[in-house]
Design a protein around this ligand. Structure first.
Ligand code: 1AE
Length: 406
């Protein structure tokens, strides 16, 4: 028998957590158990959920609201089809609404995982496309894209590219629009990337935003790829993990996919409800096939606690899953002064990603990109940024306005 195991944190001041666990294991599988006649029990046994463990944490203080238990329950694979919607409905469908319960983790069976090839490129594949193997990558985000025409966009692309960034991504709020339709946007940006390459000598991936109705996404992606798109950006959660899986496992989609975390704040931050960030933005994104995964960093403008960031990173690269690793992309409010901290927390397999931290450079976005690359280089060589900045004017200007790690 093959099982997938879910771990939950359940808060309750009085509950008998063992009973609660049994009621979930039965209720989310066969419905009733003890009332069934013996012969029916035998028929149903293979479908019955199994409580694996119940660890109760009784607070010393007796303060109301702090008593919880971590509960693990295994669900027979035979009960559900091998897709993430069926998995989530089984392990956290109805019970996600039943009191203070948070889904912390999922251990998936080999049988389930066999339907999931994972990221097509992963960290190594993205590095191979760029020819950059020994340093963190640098990604720049278009800022102020709404209301711009193709010339305006090209201009913005060019200044970012000339700064030497490895990837440029659309802002996730850029949808299909008459000024910059996706194919034309891709063509213009691809030409700009080629022009920039003649100057910088560097490869560059442009992640264009896939948007619109689910039924049109694949066709839109193929049009973008035909026009020369070298990567895709996709806001996974508003659509669902299954849509990412469909795209990432499609043999015709031949470019890396960057997963944007839009909407994640509705699901992970509460200690009492939702889905843990490491599962939502880590394990499930990787299983569904994201090559790069963005999430709010602990340092910038939209803050996620550091332990949660590191837990996401662990899930994105853990050898426990026999699929390619996904690139962690801690994001939001990132500026060059934060680079040493990012490298110290994440190592070199990380994408440093910035919008405002590049475009807000006092000498423009090209200098912004250069300041980041200088900060990456200094950090890799163990040189304090303030010291490196003495001979690097772009980095100096960035540190003057944003400072170092607060
Ligand atoms: C967590 C997502 C970050 C993001 O999408 C974004 O646009 C960040 O922009 P900046 O770097 O904060 O300007």
């Amino acid at each position: 028998m093959s099982y997938c195991t879910a771990t939950y944190r359940i808060y309750d001041d009085k509950a008998d957590f063992h009973k609660k666990a049994e009621s979930i294991a039965v209720g989310m599988t066969v419905g009733t158990w003890t009332e069934l006649p013996q012969v029916k029990q035998e028929q149903m046994r293979g479908h019955l959920g199994r409580v694996e463990s119940v660890h109760v944490h009784d607070p010393q203080s007796g303060v109301p609201g702090e008593r919880y238990a971590d509960v693990s329950i295994s669900y027979p694979d035979i009960n559900f089809t091998s897709d993430i919607p069926a998995l989530l409905i089984t392990v956290f469908g109805k019970i996600s609404m039943d009191g203070r319960i948070k889904l912390l983790d999922l251990k998936l069976s080999d049988a389930f995982m066999s339907a999931y090839p994972g990221p097509k490129f992963g960290i190594q594949g993205v590095r191979d496309l760029l020819g950059v193997h020994h340093r963190p990558l640098l990604m720049s985000i278009f800022k102020a894209v709404i209301g711009y025409d193709l010339n305006g966009l090209r201009e913005q692309f060019m200044v970012q590219a000339l700064g030497g960034v490895d990837l440029i991504k659309d802002d996730e709020i850029l949808f299909e629009n008459p000024l910059t339709p996706i194919e034309q946007r891709v063509r213009v940006c691809r030409e700009a990337a080629e022009e920039a390459k003649r100057i910088t000598g560097k490869e560059l991936l442009y992640a264009v935003n896939l948007t619109g109705r689910t039924s049109s996404l694949k066709e839109q992606a193929l049009r973008a790829i035909d026009a020369g798109a070298s990567a895709l950006l996709f806001s996974v959660l508003p659509y669902g993990f299954d849509v990412l899986h469909e795209l990432s496992s499609d043999p015709e989609i031949t470019v890396p996919i960057a997963a944007h975390p839009s909407l994640a704040g509705a699901l992970y931050p509460s200690p009492h409800y939702g889905i843990a960030a490491s599962l939502l933005l880590g394990k499930l994104m990787r299983i569904a096939g994201a090559d790069l995964v963005l999430f709010p960093s602990p340092y910038g403008s939209v803050v996620m606690p550091r332990e949660e960031n590191l837990a996401i990173q662990r899930e994105l690269v853990s050898p426990e899953l026999a699929i390619r690793s996904s690139f962690p992309v801690p994001s939001a409010g990132i500026h060059p002064g934060l680079v040493p901290q990012i490298l110290s927390d994440f190592g070199t397999d990380v994408v440093v990603n910035a919008g405002g931290g590049i475009h807000g450079h006092p000498e423009g976005a090209s200098s912004g990109g250069r300041a980041f690359l200088q900060a990456i280089d200094a950090s890799l060589n163990g040189v304090p940024l303030a010291k490196a900045a003495e001979s690097l004017p772009e980095l100096k200007a960035a540190l003057d306005i944003w400072g170092g790690r607060k």
